[in-house]
Design a protein around this ligand. Structure first.
Ligand SMILES: [Fe+2]
Length: 183
């Protein structure tokens, strides 16, 4: 079931999300819809309602922690709000370009499998990486941010390559074209 923006807002307010986080989530949901519709146009089935719902709420865990654990925390919080497993898993795996088993183990995460794999998981994760605050911006800027933070750039590039392989088209161009014109 698709979570309405109003319902997402109610949940954000309940847990104390800032306006900045809410605006960010809203933009990530717009980008998620752009990518998801491109998948559907190409005949790839995906649960776009769950992807949209998860995108709207993906950073809810920032009310618990600002660390990489915000994915795990957000997932648990949304489970307690009655969200389905697809939404919960998308939120759990959206951090970085996924977290490797080795890193998850070192962080003491309850589940090791933190790399987005389903179409729903990869589009929300990538949409998040293309949105800085509440604006879309070039992919290479996110690459630079990953480099500055010492994150795994290859995993970020692999995320983009996966979507490009699924769509047969560059997702960055699609996003910049379709979202920027509406901003
Ligand atoms: Fe996040």
């Amino acid at each position: 079931m698709k979570t309405s923006y109003e319902e997402a807002l109610r949940i954000h307010r309940k847990y104390g999300s800032s306006d900045r986080v809410i605006r960010h989530c809203k933009t990530v949901a717009v980008v998620t819809m752009v990518l998801g519709e491109e998948y559907l146009l190409r005949g790839v089935r995906l649960d776009l309602d769950s992807a949209y719902s998860a995108a709207l709420l993906h950073d809810i865990g920032r009310n618990v922690t600002q660390t990489v654990r915000h994915g795990v925390e957000g997932a648990e919080l949304l489970r307690s709000e009655g969200m389905g497993p697809t939404v919960v898993e998308i939120v759990r795996k959206h951090v970085g370009a996924g977290i490797s088993d080795q890193e998850a183990k070192a962080l003491g995460f309850p589940d090791l499998d933190c790399v987005p794999k389903s179409a729903e998981e990869v589009i929300v994760c990538f949409a998040d990486k293309m949105v800085d605050a509440d604006s879309v911006r070039p992919f290479e800027e996110e690459v630079k941010r990953f480099q500055r933070k010492g994150h795994d750039v290859e995993r970020l590039r692999a995320l983009r390559a996966r979507i490009e392989a699924d769509l047969g088209e560059d997702p960055e161009a699609l996003i910049l074209d379709k979202v920027k014109e509406s901003q």
